[in-house]
Design a protein around this ligand. Structure first.
Ligand code: GAR
Length: 216
């Protein structure tokens, strides 16, 4: 059974999708061991407590710089023997040391079809505002491994969602979350926990489930 840490900063609807998938038995061979929040007032913490998951607040303002903050996070993850780190609306950049330590073991969900509308400055509602401004007719979500390039790591899963003429950033965000993020994040986490993700030459290969493997 893989130990999963979920890092959050806000509402935690993606965390909720992971909790719901766990309860439904859809995260094969994985359990959420801890939720780490970068904000004391994040609603995601309520969701973790309601699901009886250990949680912990580490606010960047209490640390001098990104390196020290990442070190503090890493220490908590090591204490809990974490196998997989999931960034679910976690709005901070981690140090390169942290990323190297957990290479191909950090998964992020991003609310666009990478490589569009991603990178520095593209997060939360801003992504959807940029999508509407450009007038693209399709957007979506991407789950990828984290490397040192913001939103630039190997792509695991993507799902497209239509953009409608009367969308606001808010209505589009809701559709992208409901129809894409909440589906592909639990699916990618389960694939990782089942040992079915292989990174080769910067791309992710998803292997078939083994006959007779857990859950099949
Ligand atoms: C989600 O839409 C997630 O994709 C996005 O923030 C939102 C968090 O919502 N993440 C990023 O933009 C990271 N680049 P949640 O707290 O309800 O899961």
């Amino acid at each position: 059974m893989k130990n999963i840490a979920v890092l959050v900063s806000g509402g935690g609807t993606n965390l909720q999708a992971l909790i719901d998938a766990t309860v439904a038995g859809k995260i094969r061979n994985g359990r959420i061991s801890i939720v780490l929040s970068s904000r004391r007032d994040a609603y995601a913490l309520e969701r973790a407590r309601a699901a009886c998951i250990d949680c912990c607040v580490l606010e960047p303002k209490d640390y001098s710089g990104r390196d020290n903050y990442s070190k503090a996070l890493a220490q908590r993850l090591l204490e809990h023997k974490i196998d997989l780190v999931v960034l679910a609306g976690f709005m901070h950049i981690l140090s390169s040391e942290f990323i190297k330590h957990f290479e191909n073991r950090i998964i992020n969900v991003h609310p666009s079809l990478i490589p569009s509308f991603c990178g520095d400055g593209f997060y939360g509602l801003r992504v959807h505002e940029a999508v509407l401004e450009k007038g693209v007719k399709l957007t979506g979500a991407t789950v990828h491994f984290v490397n040192e390039i913001t939103d630039g790591g190997p792509i695991i899963l993507q799902k497209a969602v239509p953009v409608f003429a009367d969308d606001t950033a808010k209505t589009l965000q809701e559709r992208v979350m409901r129809e894409a993020e909440w589906q592909i994040l639990p699916e990618a986490v389960s694939l990782f926990c089942e040992g079915r993700l292989l990174v080769e030459g910067g791309r992710v290969i998803i292997s078939d489930a083994q006959p007779g493997s857990f859950g099949h």
